[in-house]
Design a protein around this ligand. Structure first.
Ligand code: TRP
Ligand code: ZN
Length: 897
């Protein structure tokens, strides 16, 4: 090799390609670990039994990072310096034998490990996070998911400070040692990749329960938390038991070990981790009790507990061959947990929440510089690919498969998948193959969903022939270019439809279909769009209908049809598909918001009047006693700023914020009586309950309160203050606080400040509640929020090493306060961008995963005005130039510049 290489290029992190995949040259049959935890450092001794598979090779590379090597031996013989080589990426063995035991000893420093990857300390506990590539920070290993090993782990620690010692599988030994120390040995009978390894040592308390599986096996369940949090574990425990029962009932999947443990820690980069038999969770996804946790918080705990539990089959028993297959486990598991949550509460509400998230964040990701298919072809840092695309779009793709196959065939296909691949590390191809084998479907075209990024646009037009009584729908699809590919092939898109006539939904008969072939209730149909352009003709249609398209959001696409506002109002009232009723309400609001945005841009907002059609539709909604109150609340909620921004080529931040605010205030004034009626009919004296109906009633009441406080009467303000002081649950308490805080009404301001201070005094010892308090302030839309955010960073409650706190302040300000992030300070418009870059640069050295994630809003610079775009871009360039930048942040800035 004599090509000149610039120093920068050789320092730049490497790109990994799916096409370069090679099976591992060795297996690790058995892994024996001895982890001796000391106050200053931890000694990890490992013994790996390695077996060559395939041809002889003159070197074997094992991953290892931030390890201090003490000794290395093969079959008990210490290696001489000619027999191995060590660098900052790992250990290379020269001329390794075909079958041998590798013994290494290393020192690691958990207390200094601020990356929260590998073995680290969270408050008083030691814990691990190994996905995706964290195990290599614990010991030398073939740290890749297709190397699956049988793990035995001995943990040694001080008995007084670490009475609890946990790892995967079953405890097979434990005892006391001299010097106040003790040990426990765990063995996991299931072979697993290193990313599923876990270890915990700390002073934790626990609640215990049990579950009897469908085949009659008794499983011990245990949730470990700090003693002060013992009163907040019941909801997680009941969620776990519901999840176990649900996976048996819906997928026939039973738990496989005698014990299942959850440990909650305060410092965690993500929500939770599915380590075999020993899930480790962010406290925010375990702890819940009514006084401290909102309804959304309860639902999040239920959903995440289920998600991690479901991974035991979709992820652990059947795992990923390589990290390009991440969506194999994540997309499927998100789909599973979404169906579970739908079954536990309201399925339409759950669907609306998920689609809102997908369209606000995943569509934006798919349209930006980091766009990637759900099975990416390359990456620099895998941590950057734990994205809404891999997770949520991945789940949408599984949902489409499930809907195409139907429930019976889909279940047969998942049975086949689990049986065929149990104990294996497989690919998304294998998953789809099981679907095809069972159903006989040709899924060749469908598989494009796995390797083409970008959100397809589907344009629909219709035509009604009165004479022939035919109604045709013409669909055309196209997908914009994304970084990996500019020429997209058409997707296989299932489009669920119905047709609304004047008196109800019409029977659907496609040209060529015989009535006798059709089901009795045939008002609903799935059209399969496979061509760039395609027309479907319905026959015997008595009138020109209003089409209800993409019911239940049957595919992750942007669909457009030229509805009149009258059509939308009709769909909002009458569609039998609950999701599309909500969708119509969003589209009607978007149309009216667009009126206001245009008026703002033309300087005519003063004389602007809101289309009464919207107000009247909302009035009817509020009077609709049949509708689920949670759906009423969702339909009354204006599209988020992010989703509105998604509708425009260039995001006009001020116009969107002002238009949305004006519309909200108009609704508050025009519908004040109906909104007050909601408050009046709500029974504030009832005991708190967490069932779906109670949650729905609270969400409608608090939506009404939020509106009323925009233009409040004295009695509205009093209502909010009383609710704030007397609430017996966090949902009501925090809703009242945010209604007061975001009111902008001068009469309310002083009350709001006082309430905010009181709230902190009351809850300062509850970390998760303090996070809510921080984030409420970071999201405050009033001018100069940045000054308050900077003050929060100095507040004693803030901790710049804790990801939850970072997300609550910096994340919330930059991602959930667009008006302040983009307008900065009155005398310094780009201050928000500079602030973010400063924070990213400071954090990158400590916790690169979190730093890289924070950069996201800056990467969207192409979507803003020239001046803003350039200001954002120059901050990206500043980050890129920061000395010693991590591969994580390097990948994000480089791809987006
Ligand atoms: N597999 C985890 C999940 O259930 C994701 C996860 C947890 C993770 N911690 C992480 C990913 C740290 C990357 C880094 O979705
Ligand atoms: Zn997951």
């Amino acid at each position: 090799m004599n090509a000149p290489v610039s120093p920068q290029a050789s320092d730049a992190p490497n790109t990994v390609y799916l096409k370069d995949y090679q099976p591992p040259s060795y297996r690790i049959e058995k892994t024996q670990l001895r982890v001796d935890i000391g106050e200053q450092s931890t000694r990890v001794s490992s013994s790996l039994s390695l077996e060559r598979q395939g041809e002889a090779c003159d070197r074997l590379f094992l991953h290892g990072e931030a390890l201090e090597l003490v000794s290395v031996a093969i079959n008990d013989r210490t290696l001489s310096s000619e027999q191995y080589h060590v660098d900052e990426k790992g250990l290379t063995l020269l001329n390794p034998p075909e079958s041998f035991t590798l013994q290494t000893e290393v020192n690691i420093y958990p207390k200094q490990n601020t990356s929260l990857e590998g073995l680290y300390k969270s408050r008083s506990s030691y814990c691990t996070q190994c996905e995706a590539e964290g195990f290599r920070k614990i010991t030398y290993f073939l740290d890749r998911p297709d190397v699956m090993s049988d793990f035995t782990t001995t943990i040694i620690a001080d008995r007084a400070t670490c009475p609890v010692l946990l790892s995967n599988g079953n405890r097979i030994d434990s005892g006391t040692l001299e010097g106040g120390r003790h040990f426990a040995t765990w063995h996991d009978p299931f072979k697993k990749p290193a990313y599923l390894f876990a270890l915990v040592a700390g002073d934790l308390a626990s609640i215990q329960d049990e579950f009897i599986t469908q085949s009659g096996r008794r499983v011990a369940l245990e949730i470990f938390v700090e003693p002060k949090d013992l009163d907040k574990c019941d909801h997680a425990m009941s969620s776990l038991k519901h999840s176990m029962a649900w996976d048996e009932k819906v997928y026939g999947r039973e738990y496989d070990l005698d014990i299942f443990m959850i440990v909650a820690v305060d410092d965690f980069n993500m929500g939770a981790m599915e380590n075999k038999g020993l899930n480790i969770f962010n406290t925010s996804c375990v702890l819940a009790k009514p006084e401290t946790t909102t309804d959304a918080g309860f639902q999040r705990v239920e959903g995440v507990v289920a998600h991690e539990y479901f991974h035991n089959w979709s992820g652990n028993r059947v795992t990923c061959r390589d990290w390009f297959q991440l969506s194999l486990k994540e997309g499927f598991t998100v789909y599973r947990d979404a169906c579970f949550s739908a079954d536990m509460g309201s399925s339409t509400v759950k669907r609306v929440e998920d689609v809102s998230l997908l369209r606000a964040y995943q569509f934006a990701e798919d349209a930006g510089p980091m766009a990637h298919p759900i099975r990416p072809a390359s990456f620099i840092e895998i941590s950057n690919f734990y994205t809404v695309t891999i997770y949520e779009k991945g789940a949408e793709v599984v949902r489409m498969l499930a809907n195409l196959l139907g429930p019976v065939e889909f279940r047969k296909a998942t049975d086949l998948y689990f049986e065929r691949h149990d104990g294996q590390a497989v690919t998304t191809e294998d998953f789809v193959q099981a679907m095809a084998d069972v159903s006989g479907w040709d899924l060749t075209q469908f598989k494009r969903w796995y390797d083409q990024a970008g959100t397809p646009r589907v344009k629909v037009t219709d035509h009604y022939h009165e004479d022939s009584r035919q109604y045709s729908l013409t669909f055309s699809q196209s997908t914009p270019a994304t970084p990996e590919c500019s020429d997209k092939q058409p997707f296989h898109i299932p489009i669920a439809v119905g047709l609304l006539g004047g008196a109800g939904e019409l029977a659907l008969k496609l040209e060529g279909e015989e009535l006798t072939d059709l089901p009795e209730d045939n008002t609903h149909k799935v059209l399969e769009l496979t061509e760039a352009e395609q027309t479907f003709v319905f026959t015997d249609v008595p009138e020109h209908p209003v089409p209800s398209l993409l019911r239940g959001f049957s595919a992750p696409v942007k669909l457009s049809f030229a509805y009149s506002r009258q059509d939308l109002a009709e769909l909002m009232q009458r569609d039998s598909d609950g999701f599309n009723r909500w969708e119509a309400s969003q589209n009607l609001a978007l149309a009216v918001l667009d009126d206001a945005i245009v008026a703002y841009q033309q300087g005519k907002l003063d004389s602007f009047t809101v289309d009464p059609m919207l107000i009247e539709s909302y009035r009817q909604l509020l009077a609709d006693a049949e509708l689920d109150q949670a759906m009423v609340a969702l339909m009354l909620t204006l599209p988020s700023q992010d989703y509105i921004a998604e509708q425009y080529e260039v995001v006009d931040v001020e116009a969107i914020y002002t238009a949305r605010r004006l519309l909200a205030k108009t609704i508050a004034c025009e519908l004040a009586d109906s909104l007050r009626a909601v408050l009046e009919s709500y029974d504030n004296t009832q005991a708190y309950r967490a069932d779906a109906d109670s949650i729905a009633a609270r969400s409608l009441k608090n939506t009404a309160l939020g509106y009323l406080l925009l233009e409040p009467s004295q009695s509205d303000t009093d209502y909010a203050l009383a609710q704030f002081s007397n609430a017996n649950n966090m949902t009501d308490e925090v809703s009242a606080l945010s209604a007061l805080l975001y009111s902008e009404s001068p009469q309310v301001a002083e009350h709001a400040e006082r309430a905010l201070a009181e709230f902190y005094t009351k809850w300062q010892d509850e970390a998760l509640v303090v996070n809510q308090w921080l984030s409420l302030q970071a999201r405050d839309p009033r001018p100069n929020a940045l000054l308050r955010v900077k003050a929060l960073l100095e507040h004693p409650a803030y901790d710049g090493t804790n990801p939850n706190k970072i997300r609550a302040v910096i994340g919330a300000f930059c991602m959930a306060n667009p008006i302040n992030f983009h307008t900065g300070l009155l005398d310094d418009p780009s201050a928000g961008y500079r602030f973010l870059a400063d924070q990213v640069i400071a954090l990158d050295a400590k916790n690169p995963q979190i730093a890289a994630r924070l950069i996201t809003p800056l990467t969207r610079w192409r979507r803003y005005s020239e001046v803003r775009g350039q200001a954002m871009r120059s901050q990206l360039a500043r980050i890129q130039a920061a000395p010693g930048l991590s591969g994580d942040s390097y990948e994000i800035v480089t791809k987006s510049l």
